[in-house]
Design a protein around this ligand. Sequence first.
Ligand SMILES: Nc1ncnc2c1ncn2[C@@H]1O[C@H](COP(=O)(O)OP(=O)(O)OP(=O)(O)O)[C@@H](O)[C@H]1O
Ligand SMILES: [Mg+2]
Length: 113
Amino acid sequence: MKRIEAIIKEEHLDAVKAALDAAGFVGMTVSHCRGRGKSGGISLEGRAGTYRVDLLHKIMLMLVVRDQDISTVTDLIINVCRTDQTGGAGKIFISPVEEVIRIRTGERGEDAI
Ligand SMILES: Nc1ncnc2c1ncn2[C@@H]1O[C@H](COP(=O)(O)OP(=O)(O)OP(=O)(O)O)[C@@H](O)[C@H]1O
Ligand SMILES: [Mg+2]
């Protein structure tokens, strides 16, 4: 099992969720967060001139999936979010998950996802 943490733009959340739903990936955790990538924020034009926004508002979408579903899920996310080349489209981190326990039933592992 793997944990997918996708940091995406909020404007893409509904479309990503719909694509995951349609493919049968229903369970997920969504958090609001702030972050910056390699480009270190953005410059904006304000009344007082140009200013820098260091940490941008982002959405973190977290899903735990079976190893064999990793490329399906990451492709779905990428296809929705890679719309333009202006930057900030997001990043996906994948890490191993040792165990999952479904509290109500006591199921464990892939059965519990
Ligand atoms: N190395 C990292 N570690 C943890 N979080 C990161 C890292 N890089 C990016 N993020 C998170 O992902 C978000 C999106 O990053 P972003 O897409 O701007 O990456 P980038 O490297 O700047 O690429 P781009 O040039 O396309 O903007 C960031 O706001 C931050 O929350
Ligand atoms: Mg960036």
